[in-house]
Design a protein around this ligand. Structure first.
Ligand SMILES: O=P(O)(O)O[C@H]1O[C@H](CO)[C@@H](O)[C@H]1O
Length: 314
């Protein structure tokens, strides 16, 4: 074979791979029979995002509903909108703006995800947490998860801040685990222990900083349970969740935590208790997304203060 025909063969196979990749990325967003992003898909997304910045942060923060204010503490922010990243899902929930923010907090490099994906938006579970794999591919080693959650523990109050000691993966327990599907060992092992997922030292540090800043009275440590949503729990359901041992309920975080653990990341999780879940069967109390956003807004400055010091000390 002559050199030029070899070149041609090489180039046409490259083109073919490019075409296949393009079709695959399109199918990922539209065809539910496509399960998962390949390792190469994830690497490509990570590389395309990193082209926007010279920063290479090791700390990643996922901002929960209404908690995007954490980005206000980021110095010299560089934003990368999700809709500019080929194959990346889009945010559809109010309070999730849909972009990555690179920058520094008191000089320490960070990467924020302003806008997470939820199962109730219609995304398959594997897609909900795939940004965590992209973050890992970008070099993130410590993952800080934040969320808005409803209080189940009757000692809690709206506005409390709960450090996650553990979680209950209700969808996972009922057959919708985020790691279902073909496993690529380059992401992590087939079977993964999720016990002890939340780093104890990070939890202690967060609590200590919050207490030093004078917020000790609103700090809690507890167990988060994930429900699929988008319905808020009925009182009878909430009683079951409480009986399971959960202190707070939400519709996110657990898939990200599981994928983070699968990817050998250090994980910290915190819930802002945006509302107290009614356990009184027959009560007409109805919580709304606006209630959640309002509490998140009210607590924004406190969370920012804690995060500035927390990130500095990681
Ligand atoms: O978990 P995050 O994304 O913080 O949001 C919580 O708030 C929304 C409900 O108001 C749900 O999406 C729930 O999961």
């Amino acid at each position: 074979m002559t050199r030029s025909s070899l070149d041609w063969k090489f180039r046409s196979s490259e083109n073919l791979r490019f075409e296949e990749r393009k079709q695959r990325m399109a199918a990922i967003n539209t065809d539910l029979s496509v399960i998962g992003y390949t390792y190469e898909d994830i690497q490509n997304m990570a590389q395309s995002i990193l082209k926007n910045t010279e920063l290479r942060p090791k700390i990643g923060i996922i901002c929960g509903t209404g908690l995007g204010g954490i980005a206000d503490i980021v110095e010299n922010p560089i934003t990368v909108s999700y809709d500019t990243i080929k194959g990346f899902p889009v945010s559809t929930v109010k309070g999730h703006s849909g972009k990555f923010v690179f920058g520094t907090i008191k000089g320490k490099e960070v990467l924020l995800m302003m806008g997470r994906f939820h199962y109730y938006e219609g995304y398959p579970m594997w897609k909900v947490a795939m940004p965590v794999r992209v973050m890992k591919a970008m070099g993130i080693e410590v993952l800080l998860l934040t969320n808005a959650a409803g209080g189940l523990n009757q000692d809690y109050k709206t506005g409390d801040i709960m450090i996650l000691k553990d979680h209950i993966d209700l969808p996972g327990l009922t057959g919708e685990c985020v790691l279902i599907g073909k496993n690529d060992e380059r992401f992590g092992p087939r079977f993964v222990a999720t016990n002890g997922a939340y780093d104890v030292e990070l939890g202690k540090k967060f609590l200590q900083i919050a207490t030093e800043l004078g917020h000790g009275s609103i700090m809690r440590e507890g167990i988060y349970i994930m429900i699929g949503g988008p319905t808020f729990s009925s009182a009878a359901e909430a009683r079951v969740l409480r009986m399971f041992g959960a202190d707070a309920v939400g519709m996110s975080t657990v898939p990200e935590s599981v994928v983070g653990r699968h990817s050998s990341m250090k994980i910290f999780g915190v819930s802002l208790i945006t509302d107290m879940v009614d356990l009184d069967v027959g009560s007409q109390f109805q919580v709304t997304h606006e209630d959640v956003l309002r509490t998140a807004n009210e607590r924004a400055l406190i969370l920012q203060d804690i995060f500035v010091k927390f990130v500095q000390q990681i």
